[in-house]
Ligand binder design. Sequence first.
Ligand code: FAD
Length: 453
Amino acid sequence: MSFDFDLFVIGGGSGGVRAARIAAGYGAKVAITESDRYGGTCVIRGCVPKKLFVYASRFKDEFEDARGFGWTTGEATFDWATLIANKDREIHRIEQVYEGGIKAKGGLTLHMRAKLDGPGAVKLADGTRITARTILIATGGRPSRYGDIPGAAHIITSNEVFELKALPRRIAVCGGGYIAVEFASIFAGLGVETTLIHRRDKVLRGFDEDLRDGCMEALRARGVRLVMDEALAGVDEDVAGFRVTLRSGAEIETDLVLSAIGREPATGDLGLETAGVKTGSRGEIIVDSYSQTTAPGIYAVGDVTDRVNLTPVALREGQAFADTVFGNKPTQFDHTLIPSAVFTTPELATVGLSEESARAFGHELDIYKSRFRPLRNIVSGRDERMLMKLVVDAASGRVLGCHLLGPDAAEIVQMAAIALQLGARKVDFDATVALHPTAAEEIVTMRDKWVPA
Ligand code: FAD
């Protein structure tokens, strides 16, 4: 049987673009379609614009801290429109790079919605039917929305927040995951009166408890009002903005309500049933360790499979798929030891097991913990401490987890992830010579086991 293409990819985000480019590089005849903008969530409305906002939110600290080092600064003002314009320019550049990379390898890039149309075929939004020997679904995820409360239409999500015309004076952020706390931190840093509303008693479920506590403490110290164990009951428009009513009956006046209560796989209207592609309870596409779906010749990578929803994971799954199917190198991506960060200010980052999950897996542990004020904070007068924690298997001495809260935590943990990947033991950390004077040196100089008070 002959096909129009060797590979047809639905979705031009991190996973789809990587897979299309690598497969085309192996000589496959490839087409990819994107219904919105190449780059997907990460580039257009996720990691990249968010990190630019994070940078913007941190300058206030820089100006304040500079005084301790002898600088006199004039009155600093912030212009939202400049940030948005510069962010848009950079995103446009990356978008071109993403699409251009596929074209450069000979792939065809389309700009249209697509869905499956039986085994080995897709239907484009303009009605064209295309056949392909292999189909890859990489349609990502979308923010979950409040559907069932009065005034839900007033609530925006991370999809809209990057396009706001003006910086609000007050914001209420709903959620307790990394996206919610990052936006709370960003807006607080930009001088917005910020309230974080979360239905549990702590943010960042799944992270090490010390980091969760440290993150909440840092948010509070930076003026974020934390409203825990609460949920939205409704949102009303009033003359001055919006009135948010909580389940307890309490009310919050705000100018903007941002919901970051979770994300769900984008599997609606994909024609999955026409080809026998099965989904799980959250709508995620079920795949095996080679990202093969329940239908022959159809694969899925990235957030649509709801494994670990991060850009580097979507990239590696896309790469592994292309290597396996078109590069004659069967590759299973290993989903353990994935480093991750939360770009609050201060940020936190982590790789490996939290203390709680290591205990749950039955490890006897040695814990090394250090809380200290970085040199820079001492001189600037900033009363903020850094937290470093190593979770070590007592029997083998192997470092199972590394958790940091403080400036540059993400940069440090990226390096620590190499050590954990190599199976480093605590003695290997100890044998590593410190690089002085840095905050990161603490990670190789912690000698005393932490003893609970
Ligand atoms: P996506 O990037 O979502 O791409 C899917 C693409 O498919 C989209 O462009 C969509 O338009 C397109 N599409 C959907 N349906 C169709 C269709 N039927 N036809 C054609 N095209 C279709 N991850 C990190 O690693 N670090 C971070 O700091 C980070 N920050 C984030 C911040 C925010 C606010 C958000 C929302 C996410 C963040 N993420 C971060 C997660 C990261 O963005 C995702 O894990 C990653 O983008 C997943 O890539 P993907 O290829 O699976 O899907």
